[in-house]
Design a protein around this ligand. Sequence first.
Ligand code: LMR
Length: 396
Amino acid sequence: MFEKLEMAPPDPILGLTEAFRGDSNPKKINLGVGVYKDAAGNTPVLECVKQAEKALLASETTKNYLAPSGAAEYAAIVQPLVFGASHEIVTGGRAVTAHTPGGTGALRLAGDYLKKMHPEVTLWMSDPTWPNHPGVFASAGVPTKTYSYFDADTNALRFDDVIAALEKVPAGDVVLLHGCCHNPTGMDPTVEQWRRIGEVLAARHIVPLVDFAYQGLGTGLEDDSAGLLALCDACRELAVCTSFSKNFGLYNERVGALTVVADSADHAKVVLSHLKTCARTNYSNPPSHGSSVVQGVLGSSELTALWKKELAVMCDRINSMRKLFVDTLAAKRVTRDFSFLTRQRGMFSFSGLNRDQVQKLRDDHSIYIVGSGRINVAGMTEDNMDTLCSAIATVM
Ligand code: LMR
């Protein structure tokens, strides 16, 4: 069976982490995978998570299965976080939430649901998008197409092109949007632009699927959901993929959620019944530890306050690294203007470095960047900034 098999190509993002681990250069820098590093270059367990885990260890009484869609208590903390507790979507029962293994699990569950229940749907993705998006939907058997999003020459959003493209998407299709901190460009629409996108989608009966993996890491928890809420004003039906990998630092616990908003509570319940079936035939039911931690934190006002503080520290550090990176490159007399980085948000930016430069950074300086030139700003520290910017100045 296996004799004729060839090696699968390494993943463009996770493959870098493997190569990085094998690099013996003590000055190596990993700006590949989207993982937060603190000022000391570590990816710490948040204090609020440690405290919730302690309480969980003391109080947990069973490891019994969760339901395929997870616990109702989990849904009850995810929805207020995404929409706000008093939002009509939440109070009117128009949203249902399935607890999924991470944000990727949420995307895949959405893909499985679309393929099974709406096989005529094409999913439209921004060009560029997270390199795993096409694979996730292809694996689910959902056909995909792209809409133009980013102008690499001006490092800006091609807003007019986005609107023009959406105006041609057939009614009934699904458009994938990044709720904040667009991955890989870091370039988000303004709230006004989100409003306009919502109007176009609603008028054309197109359903938005919002990948919301970075809530709280752009400008702040509430600001980061402003675009999504503007979309909700216009669109009665939508879906949101949440991840707690980044904003809770729960990367390896695989905790996320797929929330579907329908035009009535009754329709929402029907959707949930199908999400359960899709989950059952994929992973049966989700892992519980990460969701119990998130519930433990968000169920306690003290731990919620601590989480918000810790999240704000992460967010501020990322934004201060953006500025320091731009200033340090300028100090190294790199003539290309990198100031666009300070206008972008979240962990990622397109650096504008080409594939040769990216390869040279890796071969000559042990600096790991995704081939597209995407850099993880959250991997920069005051300590590695000088080495990083000197190397970039050299390859440029
Ligand atoms: C990334 O884009 O680096 C993160 O979302 C991690 C991943 O799984 O690719």
